[in-house]
Design a protein around this ligand. Structure first.
Ligand code: UT7
Length: 335
């Protein structure tokens, strides 16, 4: 049976670095609070008009070049974002056009922080069913243009960063236990309002008010941070054990955990609960903040570049929880 392998990775962040000290100048916050509570010291925010598809296209070009593929060699594209360039069409279509493609099928998915995990599982299903053999999976976000940069929004705004990352996935025929070994995915819409942006909303009789009311908080993301934190600390170990069971491997066989980068303390608490050595958990939130759908592939790209993982047989656990709520874990073994 075909196995889904990662041929290459790529990443891109906009050039504009925003430090915690920069945020101190626009809202009532402090570098100390942000570092202690989240582990973040800086993030990248666009400073000229640019969409998730633009960041995604740059990340995709890097991954394609590393795989030695031309854009035309890809037979399916999956683009994950919660911050699409425009209401519709999806950023995947826009990105494919920027790669010079005009007929390659593209699937846009949401799924927020678990976008990469859902994308990986979808790519795997396409590859195993024979519908595709070379899939480009991209996660890209431009959060900064939609954040409440006043003190009212500080609990949300300080944690999010802009960025994109891409992986080239290929189906290979082998009997070896390699590639995507398992995915365990979940969602619970009962908690949708614990992390969301409400407006503009098509469910309203009039989607947009006559004047754009930037003082209306419903235009900005709201988050019940402590509730999500507690949920993450409870659910991430659970879904990890579920994925380990599905893959029929033990935690000891995991060489590196590449988790969603929402809060360093969440990932440290996960590590402690699972009794994992700190060296087995990859962090890069300090540089990028939370880039949502881009965060796992961005971390994976850096983990490979730092040679923390990527040798044949190396086994990685991806794990995430976020808006939806959605949560999941995937286990991947390099070929
Ligand atoms: O990827 C998407 C999924 N999202 C997550 O995984 C987020 C999970 N949650 C978190 O990471 C944390 O809950 C936060 C980082 C968002 C907040 O940290 P916390 O330790 O849970 O703080 P808190 O919300 O309980 O707030 C503590 C205090 C409050 O003040 P009072 O009421 O104690 O006086 C807040 O008003 O910190 C205040 N605060 C801030 N102070 C300075 C909240 N945000 C800030 C800020 N700067 N940016």
């Amino acid at each position: 049976m075909k196995k889904t392998t990662i041929r290459s990775t790529g990443m891109f962040v906009p050039p504009n670095v925003v430090t915690n000290h920069d945020l101190e100048k626009i809202m009532d916050t402090s570098d100390e609070w942000i570092r202690q509570r989240t582990g973040i010291t800086q993030r990248y925010w666009i400073n000229e008009e640019c969409g998730a598809s633009d960041l995604g296209a740059e990340a995709a070009k890097m991954a394609l070049a590393d795989a030695g593929w031309k854009p035309e060699d890809v037979d399916f594209i999956i683009f994950a974002t919660l911050s699409p360039d425009i209401m519709f069409p999806g950023s995947g279509c826009l990105m494919a056009a920027k790669l010079g493609l005009d007929k390659t099928p593209v699937l846009d998915i949401r799924q927020q922080c678990t976008g990469f995990l859902y994308g990986l599982a979808t790519a795997d299903a396409y590859i195993k069913s024979g519908l595709a053999s070379r899939v480009l999976l991209v996660g890209g976000e431009v959060h900064s243009s939609g954040l409440d940069k006043s003190t009212r929004g500080r609990d949300v705004t300080v944690i999010f960063g802009d960025g994109a990352a891409a992986v080239c996935l290929e189906g290979i025929e082998t009997d070896k236990k390699v590639g995507l070994l398992a995915s365990a995915l979940h969602a619970d819409g009962n908690h949708a309002d614990s992390l969301m942006t409400e407006l503009p909303a098509s469910r309203l009789l009039q989607r947009l008010p006559s004047g754009v009311a930037t003082d209306d908080p419903r235009y900005y993301p709201v988050m019940d941070g402590p509730a999500i934190f507690k949920k993450a600390v409870r659910m991430l170990p659970k879904v990890t054990n579920e994925a380990l069971k599905k893959a029929d491997i033990s935690l000891d066989e995991i060489d590196l955990v590449v988790p969603h980068q929402a809060n360093k303390r969440i990932n440290q608490a996960f590590g402690q609960f699972m009794k994992l050595d700190e060296s087995k958990i990859f962090h890069n939130i300090e540089k990028y903040g939370n880039t949502t759908a881009a965060s796992i592939p961005l971390a994976l790209h850096e983990a490979i570049a730092q040679e923390r993982v990527g040798r044949p047989g190396d086994t990685v656990l991806f794990v995430a929880l976020g808006a939806g709520l959605t949560w999941g874990a995937s286990i991947f073994r390099f070929f």
